[in-house]
Design a protein around this ligand. Sequence first.
Ligand code: ADP
Ligand code: MG
Length: 382
Amino acid sequence: MSTRIDLRDVAKSFPAPRGLGGARVTHAVRGVTLTIEPGELFFLLGPSGCGKTTLLRMIAGFIDPTGGTIAFNGRDVTHTPPSKRNTGMVFQSYALWPHMTVAQNVAFGLGVRKVAKPERERRVAEALGAVRLSGYEARKPNQLSGGQQQRVALARALVIRPEVLLLDEPLSNLDAKLRLDLRTEIRRVCKASGLTSVYVTHDQKEALSIADRIAIMDRGQVVQLGTPRELYERPQSVFVAEFLGETNFLPGEVRGREGEAIVVRTPAGDVRALASRVPESLQRDGSKVTLSIRPEHLRVARTSSGASDGSGVGSEIQAKYVSMTYLGDQAQHTLSLASDLTLRATEVAPTLGAESLQPGAIATLACDAAHVVALPPGERSA
Ligand code: ADP
Ligand code: MG
């Protein structure tokens, strides 16, 4: 049986620290309403300080909300203490007992719950098997790698058979290679156990690669919620477009319609965006918009060669070639516009040689209208 989690208008404000002058409170979480489905691997993603940990700790019961309700399968747990919620927690710092063996660390929560010894041993073996650490029972934490220690922490959370698994930046202390291995491992374990899992991170790649759905947070609020693909391909704000992956922004003004496309006047000339993908509120002539075009959707050509790949409506942008970074599997081209804006284009399996694109030469960038996202103009965060 898996658990559905309903958050309704959940809020948390902290009183200002004494002695800082002014009675300011910190609104760490502001009116979050969302449903996490049974068995889902759900992510809270956002920059540091946006309220992720505070929200997760309210789901765990470590922090009392100042507003709203939290329910597990319809049962109100808003003010239920953590010990009565049956949640397992994995933190950034593994927080293992250094003097205990792996088996003792994992068994700890079962001892507290007065589970009898034979059952305890069976469940420890099962939890260690789930994280692929069978055979490591007798080791001490300092005889394990960081990744193995975090697997022990995961086993320790799983062994109590929680309804809900909560993970707070579980990979942030590990080096890059281990992070990659362990994130797929975490997804495998979550899915195999059928647990509802809530995973907090500021790392967009971690979220994109393993999440079922992601809630993107900014200053205490959820600004967009969706599958990784929806969020990456259809961001609804400059903040989300910029936070998830790299993108090029072009400020512009709507100046009419051509068939299926909305035409936007930008410092790069007229750029077409598929009308079906431009919000109704931005379609009127004169509307101010910010266009977002991912670098992988800008194609570099030396000369003008037709605006699109032939399959649809497109645009061409003339820009001055600046430089190329060759990375083997891809090349990153940098170009600049007269208005001082920089554009980045990623070429996968690169064939354009450095000799064919001289710095200072005028190059043509082609882009399909289907890959131009029109957003309400917004502040960039960085
Ligand atoms: P995140 O996990 O997204 O980095 P947090 O939830 O830890 O963010 O913090 C959100 C905001 O709430 C921050 O401004 C932080 O300083 C503030 N905050 C968190 N915990 C407390 C606390 N116990 N007392 C006062 N302010 C807090
Ligand atoms: Mg945090």
